[in-house]
Design a protein around this ligand. Sequence first.
Ligand code: 5AD
Ligand code: SF4
Length: 447
Amino acid sequence: MSTLPDDHKSYHIITYGCQMNENDSERLAGQLRKLGYEETRDMADAAIILLNTCCVRESAEKKIYGKIGELKRLKAANPNLIIGVAGCMAQKDRDKLFKKAAHIDLVLGTHNLHQLGELVEEILQSRERVLAVWEQAEQNAPDVPTIRKNQISAWVPIMYGCNNFCTYCIVPYVRGRERSRPLSDIVGEVRELGGQGFKEITLLGQNVNSYGKDVPGHADFADLLTAVDRDGTIARIRYMTSHPRDMNAKVIAAIRDGNHICEHFHLPVQAGSDAVLARMNRGYTVDYYLNLVRQIRREVPGASLTTDIIVGFPGETEEEFSETLNVIKTVRFDAAYTFLYSQRSGTPAAAMPDQVPPDIKKERLQRLMQAQNDISLELNRRQEGQRVEVLVEGDSKNDANKMMGRTRTNKIVIWEKTGAETVGDLVQVEISSGQTWVLKGHLRQPV
Ligand code: 5AD
Ligand code: SF4
């Protein structure tokens, strides 16, 4: 029998995956709060446990299935516990989850997240399990309240879904086609966040550069950036994530001319070989990408550049891999997020011949990471002696005597706490040591 009283109303949400999922979890939390539930850090104390899931790589899925297995024990100890699995993996594995994991009460797809509140009420009344996974998004799904995790920096979705169908990627299958939010809704949300004291926003979408393209005559991403910048209520504007094919001169100019748009370009290159890029269906060549980088460097001097790279895409030869190494050495990215190619069933690449053996993939990943770490270190060392503007985010994770924040270029900065800095302040830090992942320095003054 339940060890918790019936009126015990607390929830625990575990989020896997990208920023879009983090933001979705804030919207899930908002709906539970509306029903009177409070967050608890202790899973064993929760009346509702939600896993907001990711399926972009097999490693994420394995972790989540492991966690689902662990939850069985909690459900056995407390049959009143409601366990929900939401998001991308729920969308993909809905039947498997619903049929095989009898301790899961709710499977909630990516297009059904706004239904959480009503479905929890339904489960409480009927004590029946619920499968809510629509194939497609509803037109004009209602807005739901958001409980934000962070009081300084906020995520603002600008569009949902993806139309690109890169051959390795599961996202278009689980998040559906591109749907842009109206510009006025986005600007309204940003203004509200500014009024609440938020200092930074990140505009979110799977491919923000195609914002507005799904509605004829609609404002585009550059227009949106300019509108949010002109509104002037937010000190730092960021966006995630870009597709190089859709990044254009108008967007670069908007970033150059904006006052608040951060000088950081995250442009996932994925591979440095034209043949691999073609097999990936990325829609650009290495030459095109390098030209884009030159254009960015010319228009926005001092901007940082980061990327995503997949190693071991089907058929990747040693020669093709070495072209990727060449590209990172040519571009000199500030940082690269590197991934082992993961076969996602249902995607075209999963059925391609010549899958690369795991040991070769791992060995290439090591070489790629080493090359990139050397570059990151070199670039970060160049910052030594410079003063940078830092948004104070909080205590350093590893040392309570230190503070951490980020530059406009999105580099992490750590410095000795002086007591003069407050979370949310913009301060000046003089960099004394540039390292691979962080810059270390001393507080000079509030800006
Ligand atoms: N295997 C490995 N990495 C992948 N990504 C997307 N799909 C896969 C996959 N099947 C990476 C891409 C993308 C990032 C978010 O995840 O690099 O940019
Ligand atoms: Fe996946 Fe490509 Fe869409 Fe990014 S742009 S979500 S990698 S299909």
